[in-house]
Write a protein that binds this ligand. Structure first.
Ligand SMILES: *[C@@H]1O[C@H](CO)[C@@H](O)[C@H](O)[C@H]1NC(C)=O
Ligand SMILES: *[C@@H]1O[C@H](CO)[C@@H](O)[C@H](O)[C@H]1NC(C)=O
Ligand SMILES: *[C@@H]1O[C@H](CO)[C@@H](O)[C@H](O)[C@H]1NC(C)=O
Ligand SMILES: *[C@@H]1O[C@H](CO)[C@@H](O)[C@H](O)[C@H]1NC(C)=O
Ligand SMILES: *[C@@H]1O[C@H](CO)[C@@H](O)[C@H](O)[C@H]1NC(C)=O
Length: 380
């Protein structure tokens, strides 16, 4: 009845704005959280998040279409983070496309691999600047992606969709690891067998300090004890890392990001395997000693979240809190120096380096849940 009365008033924009401020507000204070998004970040600049899902990963689950940035160059509080809705570009249907994202070595553009289509997003002008298609086989980058921040080469792990014959997963099926040069668009794919086969997603990070790629993949079908792998860019080989210390329990779809220019790698949350449970634990790997140290737990258990490291701050947002429900809480911030979680983000002041600053980045694939739905590796 109250509504009827309201509607009888001539509704000028100003009146509507008075009556329904929340309707006309350009954007919610906190962006709706999504899980399994593609994301990447540039320290002291921004965390970029594309697409994702807001409910249980399954066949037919709609893609949550979004492309947003979280501003890492300015201070904010978790309940009102500085974020921006960016121009969304259509991707292929989630069951055909692969939609995974990484960054150029100078941190000036984002590169989206949408199966054979590559989109480039210019960070400064906030515009899509280029789109081209590649003549390569499907899903070469859907199992994981990473940029070598020294050479600018992009490395991609072939996803399960490219390999699974009739949706049957054979852990010893061959898989491809691809090196792509975004400048001249040349690429080479090397075929491998055995772990780390990206039967789930392999989360890859580049360490400028170690000059190599690290990959985290629990690889359940091989029943690995080791989930941490290292890729030697020269010999083009993956080897198990055999790290020591507080070894994280095996998990799928954690955040795995690099801090301090690759001196430390941070692993957070994800879907624990034994027992199956969504996790909130956080670990830091010292790359020089290959020792894990357990850090303070995240405020929420979360899987498929998006993360960034900027200076001394580890930032986690979105994801699915219990595999079914999207995490709509604002970003949570871990101060890596004091090992305490808080709600305030403070950028590193210009000219001041934290322990050692560098660009680092993370990527997850939005198509992860496709592999999951297809392979039924995990049933919750
Ligand atoms: C972040 O916020 C600062 C200060 O308001 C602004 O100058 C900058 O352009 C913003 N960056 C992005 C990527 O939105
Ligand atoms: C694409 O690759 C296939 C096989 O490698 C080749 O036969 C074909 O000519 C290529 N097409 C183009 C347009 O380059
Ligand atoms: C990587 O491989 C090259 C060539 O085989 C070798 O010389 C180098 O020592 C390897 N690096 C590491 C860190 O294992
Ligand atoms: C890690 O352990 C495996 C199996 O025990 C071994 O073959 C490999 O050489 C070890 N790698 C390193 C880098 O120590
Ligand atoms: C992290 O904590 C330390 C020690 O309490 C403090 O000095 C520093 O300012 C904090 N850093 C950030 C980015 O909040």
């Amino acid at each position: 009845m109250r509504f009827a009365k309201l509607y009888s008033i001539p509704l000028t924009a100003a009146l509507v704005a008075q009556a329904f401020p929340q309707v006309l507000a350009a954007e919610p204070k906190i962006p709706p959280g999504a899980g399994m998004s593609a994301s990447t970040f540039v320290e002291n600049q921004g965390l970029y998040i594309s697409d994702g899902i807001r409910s249980k990963p399954d066949k037919g689950v709609p893609l949550y279409k979004q492309f947003i940035s979280l501003n890492l160059s300015t201070a904010w509080e978790s309940d009102a983070p500085a974020w921006t809705d960016l121009i969304y570009r259509e991707t292929k249907d989630e069951y055909d496309g692969q939609g995974t994202m990484t960054i150029t070595k100078d941190g000036d553009a984002l590169i989206f691999f949408d199966d054979r289509i590559i989109h480039n997003y210019d960070i400064k002008s906030k515009q899509w600047i280029q789109e081209y298609s590649m003549n390569w086989t499907s899903h070469l980058f859907s199992g994981g992606i990473v940029t070598d921040l020294d050479t600018g080469l992009i490395y991609g792990m072939e996803g399960l969709m490219g390999r699974a014959k009739n949706h049957e997963v054979n852990p010893d099926d061959p898989w491809k690891f691809t090196e792509f040069n975004p400048v001249d668009k040349s690429f080479t794919s090397v075929e491998k067998r055995g772990p780390p086969a990206a039967l789930d997603l392999i989360s890859m990070v580049y360490s400028s300090v170690a000059k190599r790629i690290f990959g985290y993949e629990p690889n359940q079908l091989h029943d690995n004890k080791e989930a941490l792998w290292s890729y030697n860019i020269t010999s083009k080989d993956w080897t198990p890392v055999n790290a020591t210390g507080d070894i994280p329990p095996l998990r799928s779809y954690p955040c795995f990001v690099s801090a301090y220019g690759g001196k430390k790698l941070i692993l957070a949350g994800g879907l624990g395997i034994k027992p199956i449970a969504i996790l909130n634990d956080v670990y830091s790997l010292d790359v020089s000693t290959l020792t894990w140290t357990k850090l303070a737990n995240m405020p929420l258990t979360v899987v498929g979240h998006s993360c960034a490291v900027s200076g001394d701050s580890f930032v986690a947002m979105g994801g699915l809190t219990d595999w079914v429900v999207a995490n709509d809480e604002g970003p949570a911030i871990l101060n890596l120096t004091s090992n305490t979680w808080g709600k305030r983000y403070t950028p590193t002041p210009p000219g001041q380096t934290p322990s050692s600053a560098d660009r680092t980045h993370l990527t997850l694939s939005k198509a992860v849940f496709v592999a999951l739905a297809v392979s039924s590796l995990i049933t919750l």
